[in-house]
Ligand binder design. Structure first.
Ligand SMILES: CCCCCCCC/C=C\CCCCCCCCCC(=O)SCCNC(=O)CCNC(=O)[C@H](O)C(C)(C)COP(=O)(O)OP(=O)(O)OC[C@H]1O[C@@H](n2cnc3c(N)ncnc32)[C@H](O)[C@@H]1OP(=O)(O)O
Ligand SMILES: Cc1cc2nc3c(=O)[nH]c(=O)nc-3n(C[C@H](O)[C@H](O)[C@H](O)COP(=O)(O)OP(=O)(O)OC[C@H]3O[C@@H](n4cnc5c(N)ncnc54)[C@H](O)[C@@H]3O)c2cc1C
Length: 593
């Protein structure tokens, strides 16, 4: 913190890069403070509230987090049970956890670190519930960090990852906070207890939308780091003979290794550009929302939910492929990959469980489909839903960008149509709306994945056609973009082929193209991972070292294992020796030996 001040880092991006460099791989116990608590105060507080609290947060005089999930409910926010009841006499809210299932459970850094929380609770005033709202709650004494009376706080215990984050539980026992601690930018409770409704009740969910956008960038960061490690190691690792009697080959020269890793390299680039594209859309629509124009809110919500889920799922699967492509050493923490995986896999659950997020996007697509059928205009990103599904692909040997984007549009449009028709058929059969929906959600998830895949391919292609890039770099990036798109088709061929969109010759072209691209990319593979410019310090990987000194690093790493502090471990004296003595005394084995 002090060092950042000294260095004059002002932008949150610079500060985040600095924080990561200062504590590589481990997640910061202040991540939720900087990433969620302060931005939510900034965006959900009134101007006066922001002026009062944001400087305290930014200067770490107040340290906070976001406490929403409870033992009983995470996904279903409307089902949260924590209550905030307004008492006009004292001008206070009374926070209460009326049931076991209402205990706040999971919020990061609640257990030991923070002294404030943004608490999501059901607002009651004048005897009426007005749904969930956010409240700023002091949870620890600012002098000695003791827990405030009326609260019970603790740690939830060990987890798969997130070692640096003290996820906690928190129970309120009629705990009072001032009226002005409700974040009142959109909804308000007046002194007499009157409730002023926001323009849209989902404005309170704004912090979640923002973090989902950031998570798309996390998916890029984590996948690309695993790819850097696996590609560099594959250039160093030699195993078996590729040519009989020849020298042992770099494992990267095996086509199967290239097929594992180069599409993930391409995916990393695609995700970086998608995350940047998503951030720009977020910046534009969220500033419209702040100015009171909520027209594009559903579009933003749908895109953030879908991309968050799609990118974290793909990143996690890809990181696991990277780990396995490093053979046995990938399994060691020395590779750096297990920790990357353990941290990002949480993102498939937090900030909205991925299936649930996909279904939010699916609902939006379903509504857009119906609007499209009625001939109504659709937002640009969704207009593909109205394309003619009878057309066939024009893809030729060159696998042009145009033909690839057309293929992804066709696949997504067809799959959305299939899911929507199933939903409609279910309704026609007499099912209630909610049953008709539930019984079409499996095809809807597949359709939504296709929709997100299309967004990423189209975004990559658009950037390559619009941005000024020097020809050599453009050429390599075009290879990556084509590989990302063609590989995606080959791996999901059934979805592209179901209505005969491609003919057999085109399928052969696509299969050949993937293999040709692997060869094209091979000479540049190491340069393409170096281009991410992750210092060794950040990767913390013996396998992914820039200088390639993998075996030296592994040897040093293993020597630092605490088990090597003594030659004979205490377990020998405590267990092994007594066990052996017992055996040799009873059966006199040693004499036989
Ligand atoms: C080397 C390695 C190094 C690095 C490793 C890094 C890896 C890690 C990276 C970063 C670490 C940083 C630290 C991160 C910390 C983790 C932080 C986690 C914090 C949390 O998890 S906070 C809790 C989050 N909780 C959720 O997200 C809950 C999910 N649920 C919901 O969002 C909603 O309830 C819902 C979306 C499921 C909707 O529920 P539903 O009942 O259907 O709908 P309603 O609520 O009634 O909505 C009706 C209507 O509104 C629409 N709607 C819902 N939400 C929004 C919205 N936000 N905006 C606009 N519209 C919305 C909804 O779609 C409905 O629309 P419709 O009627 O269909 O038209
Ligand atoms: C590492 C980590 C950090 C976290 N940090 C925080 C934090 O800082 N603050 C905070 O408030 N919370 C935090 N959480 C909690 C997190 O936000 C929730 O766990 C998450 O939103 C999922 O909700 P849930 O646990 O209720 O899952 P559930 O909803 O119980 O999910 C269980 C299963 O039910 C399915 N399901 C649920 N609803 C539906 C539906 N409508 N349709 C179809 N399927 C459904 C899901 O797909 C899933 O398969 C954290 C969680 C983790 C893992």
């Amino acid at each position: 913190m002090d060092r950042m001040e000294e260095l004059g880092f002002r932008s949150e991006t610079d500060r985040q890069i600095f924080r990561e460099a200062a504590a590589p791989v481990e997640l910061s116990p202040f991540g939720l403070h900087s990433g969620m608590f302060v931005p939510t105060l900034e965006r959900q507080g009134t101007p006066e509230q922001s002026r009062k609290w944001v400087p305290l947060g930014k200067s770490f005089k107040m340290i906070g987090t976001y406490a929403q999930t409870e033992l009983g409910h995470g996904t279903f926010i409307r089902g949260l049970e924590t209550t905030a009841t307004f008492d006009p006499e004292t001008q206070e809210f009374i926070l209460d956890s009326p049931t076991l299932s209402s205990i706040k459970y999971w919020p990061g850094n609640v257990a030991k670190t923070v002294n404030h929380c943004l608490v999501m609770a059901q607002l009651y005033t004048q005897g009426k519930c007005h749904g969930t709202h956010l409240f700023l709650v002091q949870v620890r004494n600012m002098e000695d960090h003791t827990i405030m009376p009326g609260l019970e706080i603790g740690d939830i215990g060990p987890k798969l990852g997130f070692d640096g984050v003290d996820n906690g539980f928190m129970r309120f026992n009629k705990y009072r906070i001032p009226r002005m601690n409700m974040l009142m930018r959109y909804a308000k409770v007046l002194e007499n207890g009157d409730y002023i409704k926001p323009k849209n009740a989902k404005l309170t969910y704004g912090a979640m939308v923002m973090i989902r956008v950031f998570i798309v960038m996390d998916a890029f960061k984590t996948l690309s780091r695993a790819a850097v490690i696996a590609v560099r190691y594959s250039a160093v690792r030699r195993q078996s003979e590729l040519r009989p009697g020849g020298e042992e080959a770099q494992v990267m020269d095996y086509q199967t290794q290239q097929y594992k890793l180069f599409p993930l390299l391409a995916t990393s680039y695609a995700f970086l550009l998608a995350a940047e594209g998503m951030s720009q859309i977020y910046a534009k629509i969220s500033s419209d929302i702040e100015r009171g124009n909520l027209e594009d809110m559903p579009q933003l919500h749908a895109l953030a939910c879908g991309l968050k889920a799609f990118c974290t799922w793909v990143a996690c699967e890809g990181i696991e492929v990277c780990r396995m492509s490093c053979g046995g050493h990938g399994y060691s923490h020395a590779s750096g990959i297990p920790k990357i995986y353990a941290n990002i896999v949480g993102a498939c659950t937090y900030e909205g469980e991925n299936t649930v997020m996909m279904l939010q996007t699916a609902r939006y697509l379903s509504k857009c489909y119906i609007r499209g059928q009625r001939g109504e205009s659709l937002p640009e990103l969704i207009q593909y839903l109205t394309t003619d599904l009878n057309v066939k692909s024009t893809l030729g040997e060159d696998c042009s960008f145009e033909s690839l984007v057309a293929a992804y549009s066709h696949r997504a449009a067809r799959m959305v149509a299939v899911a929507c028709k199933l939903q409609q058929t279910n309704k026609k059969k007499g099912m209630a709306g909610h049953d008709a929906w539930n019984k079409s959600t499996v095809p809807f998830i597949a359709a939504t994945k296709a929709h997100c895949h299309l967004f990423i391919v189209r975004n990559f292609v658009t950037i390559l056609s619009q941005k000024k890039i020097d020809p050599a770099t453009h050429n390599v990036l075009s290879q990556l973009c084509t590989l990302y798109a063609v590989y995606g088709i080959v791996e999901n061929m059934g979805e592209f082929m179901q209505d005969g969109y491609f003919n057999q010759d085109q399928v052969s072209i696509l299969n050949r193209k993937v293999l040709a691209l692997l060869e094209d990319i091979r000479p540049n593979a190491v340069a393409l991972v170096d281009a991410f410019d992750y210092p060794d310090h950040l990767l913390q990987s013996c396998l992914g070292r820039y200088d390639g000194q993998v075996y030296e690093a592994l040897y040093e790493y293993s020597k630092s294992s605490p088990l090597n502090n003594t030659d004979i471990h205490s377990s020998y004296y405590n267990y092994i020796r007594p066990m052996m003595q017992k055996r040799s005394e009873s059966k006199n084995i040693s004499a036989k030996l």
